[in-house]
Design a protein. Structure first.
Length: 434
């Protein structure tokens, strides 16, 4: 083998894999000039080896057996873009145990068994790099792993799902309903035919689990993340936000608390953001992540968080790093991840927005206010809008504890005068505090 060559085995050749091959061919001469390394796609595992992938590779490079890619003696680095936990987990572990660095864009894999993968890579002395697993083309993982390694990071929060951000943008700017905005996102390719993983917050939850693990050095998995999606948000909720100079965004939030027990809170839910907050101006399918540190202050990372080309760009950056490290006989480890105590959502303290549809008759407002008072939730403001024999009440609370707010909502739902308990949305203040 030519000493300047690094032979790449690719697991998967869908949107990201095919974009990676094209980008690698376009940038090959520049990469070699700057690093002295020639990257060659040696083998590609796909479900259907006879299907045209629209890439400039010989047909004999393709195989429908991923084992042939991982075990091949003529593959130096493995790139995994097939998705899912299995067989990706087994293939990645086999690759690193064979001394082959791995580059992956698989958020589901890392959010569930990342600690196992990282430990195996450390034991083998090879890289597992995953910039593309969290925010597409936005360089975020590497700064957390390297530039901010000595920074006491307190919080990571941001918009990490382009589908939901596009839907909320259309609801805010065009007055579309949730159903209309989702249908438009699906027509334009921003949303899958089954959008559940996006709109219910599971995609964002996997990403914030990975970011919390790297930022705080603790073991956080997808199952530790509290999820709420955007499907129950209404035009009334959005209209109120606009009227009061707020914007509704689906945020992924990870916080680390001072103390010896390494408490971490990880959650995904809609948030009322002040329109002056930098995240409020992130529109359509773009992503943005805030990192808040004790010494560095606030940092914001912004860009396209999905799509074949941006994600392939992040994969290629990792592939170059892994190849350079392989040639030097070094690797970049995540380090040992400590156990974490996950703080439950019930302990969250913040302000809340709550909408109610009630019967419009005397005494109803007093009964509703009495429920808030019984659970120790103080009302900061209230709006009432008459709608025939009904009224819509909108409350903003002072800072309250989540468990008290949830108890309030439950009792309100039992009142005869309450026709519907609407959206409960948490507020994020100007300083980023919840």
């Amino acid at each position: 083998m030519d000493g300047s060559q690094v032979r790449v085995g690719l697991l998967g050749c869908g949107t990201v894999g095919s974009a990676l091959i094209r980008l690698l061919h376009q940038q090959a001469s520049s990469i070699e000039a700057r690093t002295g390394i020639g990257l060659v796609v040696q083998r590609v595992a796909v479900r259907n080896a006879s299907r045209d992938r629209g890439v400039d590779l010989s047909p004999d490079v393709f195989t429908n057996d991923p084992q042939q890619v991982v075990a091949a003696g003529d593959v130096d680095v493995v790139v995994e873009v097939m998705g899912g936990i299995e067989p990706a987990r087994s293939l990645v572990l086999e690759a690193v145990k064979a001394g082959k660095p791995v580059v992956t864009a698989n958020k589901e894999l890392l959010a569930n068994v990342g600690a196992e993968v990282f430990a195996a890579a450390e034991a083998a002395g090879v890289d597992v790099l995953f910039e593309a697993a969290v925010a597409g083309g936005i360089p975020l993982v590497r700064p957390l792993r390297e530039s901010l390694l000595g920074e006491p990071v307190d919080r990571v929060l941001g918009i990490v799902n382009g589908t939901t951000n596009y839907i909320l943008t259309r609801m805010t700017e065009a007055g579309a309903s949730y159903a209309e905005a989702l249908a438009e996102a699906q027509r334009l390719g921003f949303a899958e035919a089954d959008p559940t993983a996006d709109v219910e917050g599971f995609d964002a939850g996997a990403k914030i689990a990975i970011l919390a693990s790297i930022a705080f050095g603790v073991k956080v998995v997808a199952g530790d993340v509290y999820h709420e999606g955007i499907a129950t948000l209404t035009a009334d909720d959005i209209a109120y936000a606009v009227r009061r100079s707020y914007v509704v965004k689906l945020l992924a939030i990870a916080e680390q608390f001072a103390g010896d027990d390494r408490q971490v809170a990880v959650r995904v839910h809609p948030v009322l953001l002040p329109s002056t907050h930098p995240l409020a101006s992130v529109r359509e399918s773009f992503n943005a992540v805030f990192v808040q540190g004790g010494a560095v202050g606030d940092l914001m990372f912004y860009g396209r968080g999905a799509g074949g080309d941006p994600t392939a760009s992040a994969v290629l950056g990792d592939l170059i790093d892994a190849s350079v490290n392989l040639r030097k006989g070094t690797h970049a480890g995540v380090g040992a991840l400590a156990p974490a105590r996950i703080r439950p959502i019930d302990d969250l303290e913040c302000e809340y927005y709550l909408g109610l549809d009630v019967v419009d008759r005397p005494g109803v407002l007093a009964a509703v206010a009495g429920v808030f008072g019984r659970h120790g939730v103080s009302i900061a403001s209230m709006e009432q809008e008459g709608r025939g024999d009904e009224a819509r009440l909108v409350f903003i609370t002072h800072t309250a504890r989540e468990r008290d707010m949830q108890s309030t909502v439950t009792e309100l739902g039992d009142l005869d005068a309450v026709r519907r308990v609407g959206s409960l949305i948490r507020l994020l203040g100007e300083e980023g505090g919840a």
